[in-house]
Design a protein around this ligand. Structure first.
Ligand code: GAL
Length: 642
């Protein structure tokens, strides 16, 4: 597959005179794609029902004439101010019941029917007008669903839609649901929370103490499905008028909605990769690690999302926004080391990205993102990111093909598990995303190339499958894992709750072929880790295991910590990096899969018969007979023994 580059551009921010020169310089830098339009609603429809497409026609024509292909965004993340006069109740409410006001972006509630109709209208207009435009070669729906904490809304529109959603989930006779079935499923007898009518049910916020976890889980499912149906509405309209592929640009570590489900309605998954912002903002890491990689970004965080969104895109995925220099929004915003923009880009290609687009073309001299670098400075002089992008374009001219990787190991990731952990973490800081990421990091530190899968995916061909923390696991998904033929690493909390968020009987994990029962769980202060006999520790969360399964790892005082039977391994706690790495290395030995112990900043990725080595660190590393310069990408022929 041929790999390409692109950039995000806002023609509406600049006078028309500069468009031609901008387009020429983009093409000259070797860029193929230009994404436009995703925030331009106030210029596309300045007054309700009065459209102004002329400027967009000319912008697309100018960009296309320079040889660029356009990704056209739908502008629904930024409803104009007049929209509020038509739909004063379309704004989301936060969990404290406060209105999330106009004046930035993403100011809408996914459940508001009136706003959905407005979205359908503008998307229809755009799709009718540009669906067959020869320069519009792809679409983007909205912008970063869920970003700025916008999936969950506690508005009246959300409440009404939730009640109807519950009626359908607990069906009764006719159109009304079976309220007794809901009471029973949620265990509402506890604290006299029983309802006699669906219209009595509120959203699970502003309760005196915590709301019922079953209530919250259903609200989380509902909220995710609202994002899915909002996105589907747009995708269906575009598809009726255009054959160009449709993408959405996801964000990093957002788990509030199921990206696999939204992905099912799209042709391409894409995501917005801001490695330095993320390192400060959302990577689970020590201060030492943050310091060591502050100008490079975490060596695994981008890769994790590349692999996750490759699955969400059913194999087709892009980076829609790539950090090109300092950003404006993290607590600290350093500049990347020279070479990092190129390294990030190649890492994406090595993981199978079809395209990498930089955000943004020119730094904005106005409004919220003035302190965010672009490929050009505000005065149109080249910023450092442009030369690196142009260098990758040059390299792609010589070697445009990167083969796909046939990964031998997989990590199973589940959004419902993320909600369940969030609802009942049991201890401070116990987040499913962090658990999955820490396991992924351990796998990658062993030089493994990983596929991320969702429960229910085809597991054939994998030698090792890690499925940590899957709190909800259907019987068929359990059977698929145990029958996969791979060495399967499960736990902690596998199957710890049923679909309605109750403790199942028999007690978890209840895995066929593995005689282990979780007799008790405890959460731990991070200052009180439990040492393991073979090194490393259990941190933050531990399970007391009973049963006849073989003990594979013990705590220093001799208690079972990890047990196994045949090819199944169950981990009874949240392990630290040392312990995860050992455990996964042992699983690979068991599966006859070669590993390599990589230093903290060095990672590798297989791509067909090629191997990419990435050195994120500021030091030279010598690995597998290779000298890897600081901040470098090295491509070798794959060697079977390492
Ligand atoms: C992304 C967003 C862009 C821009 C960028 C700044 O989250 O999609 O519009 O705001 O961040 O880093």
């Amino acid at each position: 597959m041929k790999r390409t580059l692109g950039v995000c551009y806002y023609p509406e921010h600049w006078s028309e005179e500069v468009w031609t020169e901008d387009a020429r310089r983009m093409a000259e830098a070797g860029l193929t794609w230009v994404r436009i339009g995703e925030f331009a609603w106030s210029r596309l429809e300045p007054r309700p029902g009065t459209y102004a497409f002329g400027w967009l026609d000319r912008a697309i024509e100018t960009l296309g004439a320079a040889g660029l292909k356009v990704v056209l965004g739908t502008p629904t993340a930024t409803p104009p101010r007049w929209m509020l006069d038509r739909h004063p109740d379309m704004l989301a409410l936060d969990a404290e019941g406060r209105v999330r006001k106009f004046g930035s972006r993403r100011h809408y509630c996914f459940s508001h029917e009136g706003y959905r109709r407005e979205c359908a209208r503008i998307v229809t207009r755009l799709a009718e007008r540009y669906g067959r435009n020869r320069h519009v070669a792809a679409w983007q729906t909205d912008n970063e669903y869920g970003c700025h904490n916008t999936t969950l809304s506690y508005s009246a529109a959300a409440r009404d839609a939730f009640r109807n959603w519950l009626r359908a989930r607990y069906p009764g006779k006719g159109n009304d649901g079976d309220i007794e079935a809901l009471n029973d499923a949620w265990g509402n007898v506890f604290w006299s929370m029983e309802y006699s009518d669906f219209d009595q049910i509120e959203l699970p916020n502003l309760t005196v103490t915590e709301p019922n976890p079953s209530h919250v889980l259903d609200f989380r499912r509902f909220s995710s499905e609202q994002v899915v149906s909002f996105n589907r509405l747009q995708a269906e309209i575009i598809r009726a008028h255009s054959d160009a592929p449709i993408a959405h640009n996801y964000m990093g570590s957002i788990t509030d909605f199921d990206h696999f489900d939204t992905g099912a309605d799209l042709d391409i998954a894409s995501w917005d990769s801001y490695p330095l912002g993320f390192l400060v903002d959302r990577v689970p890491a020590t201060e030492g690690h943050r310091h060591a990689f502050e100008r490079q970004g975490d060596p695994d965080f981008q890769a994790f999302h590349h692999d996750l969104y490759r699955r969400a895109g059913k194999g087709r995925w892009w980076v829609m926004e790539q950090q090109p220099g300092p950003v404006n929004w993290a607590p600290y915003n350093p500049a990347p080391l020279p070479g990092m923009v190129r390294l990030w880009t190649w890492e994406a290609f090595a993981h199978g990205a079809e395209a990498v687009c930089y955000f943004r073309w020119r730094q904005a001299p106005m409004a919220q993102e003035q302190m965010h670098a672009g490929l050009l400075r505000p005065d149109s002089v080249e910023a450092p990111g442009l030369a690196e992008a142009a260098r990758v374009a040059e390299e792609l001219r010589e070697v445009p093909e990167v083969a796909a990787c046939a990964a031998e190991v997989a990590l199973v990731f589940d959004y419902t598990a993320a909600w369940a952990w969030e609802i009942q973490p049991h201890g401070k800081g116990l987040k499913y995303f962090d658990l999955a990421f820490e396991v992924y990091r351990a796998m990658r530190s062993l030089g493994l190339s990983i596929d991320i899968l969702r429960p229910g995916d085809d597991l054939s061909g994998y030698k090792v499958i890690c499925a940590p923390g899957l709190m909800h696991l259907s019987e068929s998904d359990k059977a698929a894992l145990t029958d996969s033929g791979a060495t399967v690493v499960l736990g902690p909390r596998t199957g710890a709750r049923d679909a309605t968020m109750r403790i199942p009987l028999p007690l978890p994990p209840d895995i066929p072929g593995l005689d282990v029962t979780v007799a008790m769980v405890e959460s731990l202060n991070p200052a009180s880790p439990i040492s393991l006999a073979s090194g490393g520790s259990i941190m933050g969360y531990r399970e007391v295991l009973e049963g006849a399964a073989r003990v594979l790892e013990r705590t220093a005082d001799g208690t079972a910590a990890v047990v196994g039977s045949g090819k199944l391994v169950y981990v009874g706690g949240w392990l630290d990096a040392t312990a995860w790495r050992r455990l996964i290395r042992n699983a690979c030995v068991d599966a006859e899969l070669a590993t390599i112990d990589l230093p903290a900043g060095v990672r590798r990725r297989f791509a067909g018969d090629q191997c990419f080595w990435f050195n994120y660190s500021a030091e030279v590393h010598s690995v597998a007979g290779l000298g890897l310069p600081p901040v470098s990408v090295t491509r070798t022929v794959r060697c079977a023994s390492v």
